[in-house]
Design a protein around this ligand. Structure first.
Ligand code: ZN
Length: 63
C-alpha cells in the first residue's frame, strides 16, 4: 500500500453521489452509506434492522 498519493475518491461515481452518515436511534449504530443527490428513500439499520435512522450532518451545528 505504498507508491501513489492519498486517494480521496472511492472509484468513479456516475451519478452525483455522496457518502452520508447515518445513526440508528435504536441501537446507536453509526454507518455511512452512499446517497444520491435528492434521494430520500427509507433506510434500515444494517445491525438491528430498525427503521429509526437519523441522517447525521457533516457539520455540527446548533440543534
Ligand atoms: Zn440499529
Amino acid at each position: 500500500m505504498r507508491g501513489c498519493g492519498p486517494r480521496g475518491f472511492e472509484g468513479f461515481a456516475m451519478a452525483t453521489t455522496s457518502t452520508e452518515t447515518f445513526r440508528c436511534m435504536m441501537c446507536g449504530h453509526e454507518y455511512t452509506e452512499k446517497v444520491e443527490k435528492g434521494e430520500d428513500k427509507e433506510r434500515s439499520c444494517p445491525k438491528c434492522r430498525s427503521n429509526s435512522i437519523r441522517h447525521l450532518k457533516k457539520k455540527a451545528g446548533s440543534g
